[in-house]
Design a protein around this ligand. Structure first.
Ligand code: BYC
Length: 493
């Protein structure tokens, strides 16, 4: 069982009501005012989806899973659906009777079922920031359908997109139900900000970056969706029970997004190793010859990974943060696995945590008050969590007998937020002058030549069973369908 499904294991099965205009398991029909507010947001959401959701393919039939319940053993059904007709619903993991606030100054008190007045604006901010990332990622990925390397991959892209749309619904439900007029205004604003927009951008940096190609998409779903996993896991520990329950169910869907990322990169590596072996190329740095085979050389993939790892690390905020201390102490957001941590008191008034920083041009590790280092700790947990997939990628390379290993760059590499934001640091952890940084950048991050090459590979493969040269077919299809299944039925005009 995956980490995510474990989040809702052992709890009672709750049917989702699909007869309502908005599918839900929160008895929406009994709250007419809330239902009306969500029904008036719904058309604006559909307008946003049509304007900013996947470009083209809106009338294609896509083999999508739709959540039908929150029971981990059978929570989804599969079928061909046109994306605008997808049933976006409001699903909360079942209520745990007797749940208490797991951390901070209210630890042990009953979890809140209503917004605690003294923390209202802090809580709303957390929900808005979480909500803002969901439509942002859909906007970032909206151009990718046209260059999908297979119908299988196209389907996975659209699955991720509709589920990010559902995650937006999850946060909008909380805003509209619990935050009155300003909640409704925030819900509307979530449909108005735009990824990368000069005047009205998305809130967090990484969500204003472009996702220009499928390698970026796979890296994003591996590394940036993993920030989603860590943040949702921390919010699932919230003392505000409706937020906790929303996030617990979101984590179930998030697991597939991480799978898309890990296997997408893994299949790309597999195609490269296979082509290299077939052509008798042993040097992974023999770039021109490898690229001539129509596959991506491994050092270029490492550069892509470097970018996505570094911008995603920025999403954890400053390592040392009074905002994070207050969210934790207020009991609004816990640490990763908070309720399972056994080595401290979950209040952390007297605890410390080691934080790496740069002092006088040198790295030093200082013990700082643990409360202020909540972001640093979640970032460390995230970096550890990233390693599993990287190790599995390296196994593929090792098995192919090629001498190359993916690594995570130094924590301070290419950072714009936090302890390292004013220091130039190489992936192997050397503090650099500006001149050295400028000279090395093209070796560590994708440069213009790399972009041109990657772009040249991004050609549509839209026939069932057809896969682009640069990516291996998956081992098994979605929901046990064959790999040449018609995952997306495109009307060819
Ligand atoms: N870019 O004390 P600081 C996901 C702002 S991803 C721009 O450093 P704090 C998903 C910060 O807002 C998970 N601004 O950090 C993945 C604050 O602004 P104000 C999303 C940034 O507040 C893939 C100021 O700098 N969920 O679900 O402790 C696809 C100082 O803040 C950035 C969450 O993030 C940045 N990178 O922590 C789809 C959870 N970083 O208040 C979805 C909810 C910081 O001065 N959010 N700032 O205006 C949070 O827990 C916190 O807001 C953060 C920041 C962890 C993001």
């Amino acid at each position: 069982m995956s980490e995510a499904t474990e989040a809702i294991r052992g709890e009672a099965f709750v049917e989702v009501n699909y007869d309502d205009s908005i599918p839900n398991n929160v008895n929406l029909s009994s709250d007419k005012q809330l239902l009306r507010a969500l029904e008036s947001w719904h058309p604006n959401y559909i307008d946003w989806w049509k304007e900013m959701g996947p470009e083209g393919f809106q009338s294609a039939e896509v083999y999508l899973r739709t959540a039908v319940g929150v029971d981990p053993s059978g929570w989804a059904k599969f079928g061909h659906v046109k994306m605008p007709e997808y049933r976006w619903g409001i699903l909360l993991a079942p209520k745990e009777e007797g749940r208490t606030i797991p951390c901070g100054r209210h630890k042990g008190e009953p979890a809140w079922q209503e917004v605690p007045g003294e923390y209202r604006s802090l809580l709303r901010k957390l929900i808005v920031v979480q909500g803002d990332t969901e439509p942002a990622s859909v906007e970032q990925q909206r151009w990718l359908g046209a260059t999908a390397p297979s119908l299988y991959d196209m389907r996975n892209l659209f699955q991720v997109n509709v589920e990010e749309g559902r995650h937006l619904w999850a946060m909008v439900y909380l805003l509209v139900k619990y935050f009155g007029k300003d909640g409704r205004e925030e819900a509307q604003a979530l449909l108005e900000r735009r990824s990368g927009h000069e005047d009205n951008p998305r809130i967090l940096g990484a969500f204003n970056e472009r996702t220009p190609d499928w390698l970026s998409f796979f890296m994003f779903t591996y590394f940036t969706d993993r920030d989603g996993k860590m943040q949702l896991a921390a919010l699932a520990q919230s003392g505000f029970d409706p937020l906790s329950r929303s996030c617990r169910f979101m984590l179930t869907e998030e697991a597939h997004h991480l799978f898309v990322g890990e296997t997408g990169v893994g299949r790309t590596i597999e195609a490269t190793c296979h082509a290299m072996n077939k052509a008798g190329i042993t040097d992974p740095f023999d770039k021109e010859r490898i690229r001539a085979l129509g596959v991506v050389d491994l050092p270029t993939l490492q550069k892509k990974a470097n970018f996505h790892m570094s911008v995603t690390r920025d999403l954890f905020g400053a390592e040392v943060s009074s905002n994070a201390a207050e969210s934790f102490s207020a009991g609004l957001k816990g640490r990763f696995n908070e309720s399972h941590l056994t080595s401290d008191d979950h209040v952390l008034e007297n605890a410390t945590y080691p934080v790496m920083r740069v002092v006088d041009g040198q790295f030093v590790t200082e013990d700082v008050p643990a409360l202020r280092a909540i972001n640093a700790r979640l970032l460390d947990d995230y970096i550890a969590d990233c390693q599993g997939g990287i190790d599995r990628w390296n196994k593929v390379i090792e098995k192919a007998g090629i001498s190359f290993k993916f690594t995570q760059p130094h924590k301070g590499f290419n950072r714009k937020i936090g302890e390292f934001n004013k220091t130039r640091i190489s992936p192997d952890g050397r503090i650099l002058s500006e001149q050295e940084w400028q000279a090395g950048m093209g070796e560590w991050l994708v440069n213009d030549d790399d972009y041109v090459f990657i772009h040249s590979l991004m050609k549509a493969c839209h026939q069932p069973g057809e896969y682009a040269s640069w990516i291996a077919p998956p081992r098994v299809g979605i929901n046990n369908q064959p790999v040449d299944f018609e995952y997306v039925k495109i009307e060819h005009s």
